[in-house]
Design a protein around this ligand. Structure first.
Ligand code: ZN
Length: 273
């Protein structure tokens, strides 16, 4: 196994995190402070992935408090049930209102399709995804995409709209990764990359060009080995970076730095580092 990787201070970009999750209720303030307000922290940038209105507001509030913390706003497909009675116009009006609250909204997301559970209305999910994709284009913002067990429908929508964005927590086959890259999108990799049985993901990582790779935690989920199953935090990206660097045959710091630059480029962030 690779030697322990100590990233340079401020060099990690977590392109996708969920610090509003209940898993952080006990120590959220001290954790955010240690990650985002200390110059010695290895983490120099994070983007909150919103899942609903409340989560979008959390991202906006947190971004106002920490210089290197940005947010998305949007509706995750898993929240479709509670939105079903609403029109797309009124849902987009609510997003529009949020855009006026902060200049640190870097993306619309996370949006997408989730067919994992039978309960979610698939037609409504598609409508909501298309509406948010059009909304993002109208506001020149990139998108954070979530796709679970819905590859074919999802790719069809990508082919139709050709959006700017990242397919986050990529878990698919190399052919899918290849098409996503050819459509001009970025591919986000979590700690899943380090899991023993994640052979497909490792193959996909191998073929995605380094300038299209984003590193992310999706925390509190997807902690990399050797912390699999535990609560994940942004600094754990060092393990994913060390693992991915071996696959790409480059130094972990080089992968970390490149992923940082890619994150800044996709989200159009003007920050140090
Ligand atoms: Zn997420």
């Amino acid at each position: 196994m690779e030697r322990e990787f100590e990233p340079r201070a401020g060099s990690i970009a977590d392109s996708h995190c969920h610090y509003d999750d209940g898993a952080f209720d006990g120590d959220r303030e001290s954790l955010l402070d240690s990650l985002f307000a200390q110059p010695t922290s290895p983490v120099g940038l994070a983007v909150h992935a919103a899942t609903d209105m409340r989560s979008s507001r959390f991202g906006i509030d947190t971004a106002a408090r920490f210089e290197n913390f940005y947010t998305s706003v949007g509706y995750h497909p898993e929240n479709c049930d509670e939105l079903r009675g609403r029109s797309m116009t009124s849902l987009m009006d609510d997003l529009e209102e949020l855009l006026g609250l902060s200049d640190k909204i870097a993306a619309i997301g996370e949006v997408g399709l989730d067919y994992h559970y039978d309960g979610y209305d698939r037609e409504f999910q598609k409508k909501l995804l298309c509406a948010q994709t059009e909304f993002a284009a109208a506001h020149s913002l990139p998108l954070i995409f979530h796709c679970r067990d819905a590859t074919e429908d999802f790719l069809q929508i990508l082919r139709r709209y050709r959006p700017r964005g990242v397919v986050h927590c990529f878990s698919g086959a190399p052919e899918v990764a290849e098409e996503i890259v050819s459509l001009g999108l970025y591919v986000g990799f979590t700690g899943l990359l380090t899991f023993k049985n994640a052979k497909k993901v490792k193959k996909s990582f191998e073929i995605v060009p380094i300038d299209r790779i984003l590193l992310e935690t999706d925390c509190p989920y997807m902690a990399p080995e050797p912390f699999r199953g535990r609560r994940c935090t942004s600094d754990m990206i060092r393990y994913t970076a060390a693992y991915g660097a071996q696959i790409k045959n480059i130094l972990p710091q080089q992968l970390t730095d490149t992923a940082f630059e890619n994150t800044k480029r996709l989200y159009q962030l003007e920050i140090r580092g």
